[in-house]
Design a protein around this ligand. Structure first.
Ligand code: HEC
Length: 372
């Protein structure tokens, strides 16, 4: 009896589900027709068409995260979609759809919403949102980006990414140049600013920037090409693999498929995570690309010693710290006068000194092959 009741209930539930599905299919078809009709009209005022508006909103729910969603939001100027657009720009900041979401936000004049979102986000997410702004290369984002560039409360990776983003358009390059000329740009941002300004298509900007900024010199005593120039080159992955293990000294700190030491992140699958551009930033300006979980801590000990390293754990009465030499040190808690997270990466910032530009291009080509 009980079993039969249960079966009946299940059947009813199933039928209910199917029925609901049928209705929603029909509604969806109707919604799709109405949306199509709306698209044919010019100068639509949705407020005068409540039924069509309801259909449109319901239809949008079914195509979240697609190009069609953005097209419709844009076409009908649906400002209620701002939170969804912000989400898309952050989740897919390096894809066309994320960039389109960002451009739509700028069309809507939603700069305050973008800024608020950036303020509230964790660094990793904020970096993704910044990617969409950088790739949009749209001067309308400059003011909010400059606020970030100058905000000393935010981490260097975020500020460096803001420099790269603002430096993608000529108006932004002018703004950066003003800071550089006034000497008010934080020096940790010089590398990003040099890359942005020295790769400007405007010769006057390049010349003016060249008076204050230079890219670091490589093993053959030539200054590095800009990151955008190196990204455009093709390297030799096999040569890169051997440089990684020898002159590059990378294997002293990174593991790749079992080889190497683990001061920094394991790079076995790094090609699936970073773009070529991001590789160059990670290698040449490590403090601008510090990866999560690998922040350096500086410990000031009672006897005056300073110890830098990556904090592995804090257990009981001691800190466990991995140094740049891949040594794990135990530091007794009561020997520590002070400790703090450092803004500087444990990865050396002058690795290019031992490498030529071509070596770097080869190493990056190699890293890009390390995929899942
Ligand atoms: C002294 C140790 C050290 C050396 C040498 C070193 N790295 Fe690193 N590397 C690190 C640390 C620590 C991090 C994590 C902190 C950061 O992101 O800056 C890191 C981060 C990276 C990242 C970013 C990884 C991610 O998940 O975002 C890349 C890429 C990288 N290193 C490549 C290289 C290459 C290529 C070389 C050689 C040319 C090299 N490293 C040499 C310590 C080192």
């Amino acid at each position: 009896m009980f079993v039969r009741l249960l079966t009946t209930c299940l059947l009813l539930l199933l039928a209910g589900g199917l029925f609901a599905q049928e209705v929603s299919d029909a509604t969806r078809a109707k919604d799709a027709r109405r949306v199509k009709a709306l698209l044919r009209l010019e100068n639509v005022d949705l407020d005068t068409l409540p039924e069509a508006q309801t259909s449109l909103l319901r239809y949008l729910e079914t195509c979240r995260g697609t190009d069609e969603y953005i097209t419709l939001v844009r076409r009908f100027k649906l400002r209620a979609a701002v939170p969804e657009l912000l989400q898309l720009a952050a989740d897919k900041g390096e894809e066309t759809i994320g960039v389109e979401a960002m451009k739509t936000l700028l069309d809507f004049g939603s700069n305050d919403a973008i800024e608020k979102e950036l303020c509230g986000m964790e660094e990793a997410q904020a970096l993704k949102l910044l990617s969409s702004l950088r790739l949009a290369a749209d001067a309308r984002g400059n003011a909010l980006l400059m606020t970030l560039v100058e905000n000393s409360e935010r981490g260097m990776p975020l500020r460096a990414a803001a420099v790269a983003a603002v430096g993608r358009n000529p108006a932004g390059q002018h703004l950066l140049l003003l800071l550089v000329e006034a000497g008010t740009l934080a020096k940790e941002l010089n590398f990003s600013a040099a890359n942005a300004l020295l790769s400007s298509t405007d010769e006057t900007i390049r010349t003016a920037a060249g008076k204050h900024l230079a890219l670091p010199v490589t093993a053959d005593t030539k200054p590095l090409p800009t990151i955008s120039e190196m990204v455009a080159r093709t390297g030799d992955a096999a040569a890169g693999k051997s440089i990684f293990a020898t002159t590059g000294t990378c294997l002293n700190c990174h593991k790749v498929r079992g080889d190497g030491k683990e001061v920094g992140p394991d790079l076995s699958e790094i090609g699936s995570k970073l773009s070529k551009e991001a590789f160059y930033v990670s290698i040449l300006d490590p403090s601008a690309g510090i990866s999560h979980n690998f922040e350096t801590y500086t410990f000031l000990l009672e006897d005056g010693t300073v110890q830098n390293g990556i904090l592995l754990s804090q257990i009981d009465d001691e800190f466990l710290v991995r140094t740049a030499e891949a040594i794990v040190c135990r530091i007794p808690r009561d020997a520590v006068t002070e400790y703090k997270k450092s803004a500087v990466s444990l990865m050396p910032a002058d690795l290019q000194k031992a490498l030529t530009a071509q070596n770097l291009v080869d190493v990056v080509e190699y890293l890009a092959t390390l995929k899942k």
